[in-house]
Design a protein around this ligand. Structure first.
Ligand SMILES: [Zn+2]
Length: 312
């Protein structure tokens, strides 16, 4: 059984507090992972204010105790107080991850802007966000990022085209079942997509999965013994309030014989030419607000271009 852990780091606090705890726990367990870090300002306060206006918020709040989880300073970041930097506030921490053998990639620049306004901002602003993010990564790491994970699993034809131009090894932007190449409308994109295959812990936590044992059991029932499992965790959730549950899950998976891999290792082993081409569709998920991008139906093989018989 192969498991890739994708760690999304969305906030200043998640990087400063959650990531070191996760890195320590993973190292102790002898398990590798891929960290995707938001490279720009922490405007998560704005996202939380948006969520506060959402009628489903109180229900979700009871389930995940968002304020306790995120902390007051994070909620104020980008609202009443200035936005704090994320990656650029902790460059040594990010470099230490790479030195420890973890893979590190780009999780957008302004996570909140991308997640809330991807369809409004237009191609130039999308390119600007990506340029800033990849430039910040280079400033921290001294080399360019080979991979990208879209904030909030939200992508678009404009985003995919802009990312294709960066010549990345892979992206992990969507929810799905297996690696593929993305298509939207008439366009097909070159960069391999390695989707998240399992629901996230914050989506499944609730009255029916109230304790650690129930959550671990939930995942053990859903991991595939034969296909790749990609599990996204959050520095702000599994790295903080849910660390013990996450560590219990890692040990349970190890007991089942799971082999942990980095997404970059999976990408390196892919036969790009043989990857299926699938539509990227917009979907909703239980326990998550708004839409996400998902692996949709297989696109029928594109017939080779018609040739004009000579002489016509
Ligand atoms: Zn994120």
């Amino acid at each position: 059984m192969e498991v890739a852990l994708k760690v999304d780091v969305d906030t200043h606090q998640g990087l400063g507090e959650g990531v070191p705890r996760l890195a320590r726990a993973l190292t102790e367990a002898g398990v590798t992972a891929t960290f995707f870090v938001a490279m720009g300002p922490d405007n998560s306060g704005r996202a939380i204010v948006r969520v506060l206006r959402n009628p489903g918020f109180l229900k979700k709040m009871r389930r995940t105790r968002a304020v306790a989880m995120y902390g007051l300073r994070t909620i104020l970041s980008g609202t009443l107080l200035p936005a704090r930097a994320i990656a650029l506030a902790f460059p040594d921490l990010i470099r230490a991850l790479a030195r420890s053998g973890f893979e590190v990639g780009v999780h957008g620049y302004d996570h909140v802007l991308w997640q809330d306004r991807l369809d409004e901002i237009g191609t130039d602003r999308i390119r600007g966000e990506l340029d800033e993010a990849f430039e910040a990564f280079r400033a921290v790491m001294g080399e360019r990022s080979r991979c990208f994970a879209a904030p909030g699993w939200r992508t678009s034809a404009a985003a995919l085209a802009t990312l294709d131009a960066l010549g990345l090894d892979y992206r992990s932007d969507t929810r799905g079942t297996a690696p593929y190449r993305c298509a939207i409308g008439g366009a097909t994109f070159a960069t391999p997509e390695i989707p998240t295959t399992l629901p996230t812990m914050d989506e499944v936590m609730g009255p029916e999965l109230a304790d650690r044992h129930a959550i671990v059991r939930f995942y053990l029932e859903r991991v595939s013994a034969t296909a790749l499992n990609v599990h996204t965790i959050h520095a702000e959730t599994e790295g903080m309030g849910q660390l013990e549950t996450f560590v219990a899950l890692v040990h349970a998976l190890k007991d089942r014989g799971a082999r942990f891999v980095r997404l970059g290792d999976i990408a390196a082993a892919l036969d790009r030419a043989a990857l299926p081409v699938c539509e990227v569709v917009r979907a909703t998920l239980p326990g998550r607000a708004g839409w996400i991008s998902a692996q949709g139906p297989l696109r029928a093989a594109t017939p080779p271009p018609a040739t004009t018989p000579a002489g016509l």
